[in-house]
Structures are given as structure tokens and as C-alpha cells.
Design a protein. Sequence first.
Length: 123
Amino acid sequence: MMDWNGSELERIATAEELDLASERSNGTLRDPVTMWVVRSGDGLYVRSVKGSDGPWYRGTQSRHQGRVEAGGVRRDVTFHQADPAAYPGVDAAYREKYGHYTSIVEHVLTDGARASTLRLEPR
């Protein structure tokens, strides 16, 4: 497992949104999808509002790698299913960062969305 350097971690974590492009089975990148990203501890996490049925989430499951861009940082990453023990910290990070979107933030706090929580690791 490779760790984020402090500058990259901070820049991505404070960006309002992240662009995520997953790799197809042939190694090419899909079109990027814009989404929310949060930091919990030293990890970066994303979730699908539609849970595991979300098209971008399903795309991450073929090769478990792709590219993200946020806060002026572009990195190739691997997608790891988050440990359910991380969900409370990720929930809190979503509430803190995006809580001002009152009617929207609740959609990433459902059981279905939690089950799609991915930890982003640089590669």
C-alpha cells in the first residue's frame, strides 16, 4: 500500500469535488465522473449515491484502478472497498464537509451508499 504525501492528501481533501476515471478491462480510461471526496484520518474516500448500482461504481470494479484529479493533483489510484469500521468516520467527514448541502448530503449517508465506500490509494 502506498500512502499519499501530505500535500496531495490536503489538496485533494480540501477540493470541493474530484474527477474519477476508472480503467476499463483493456486498460483505457472511462470518461471522468465528478463527485464528492472526503478525508478520514489519512485516507481519501468516495461513495456512490446510487450504491453498488451506480454506473461509475460498477466501472471501478473491473480493474480496481483508475485516475483521480482534484485540487490540482492528478494521480493514478487503486480503488479498495473500505472496511465497514471506517464508515462512521467517513460519514462524519461527509457531514462536516458537505453538510451545508442539507437535502443532498443525506443521500451519501444511506446504507446503500455506505456499502459503496471506496478508499483511494495512490499507485
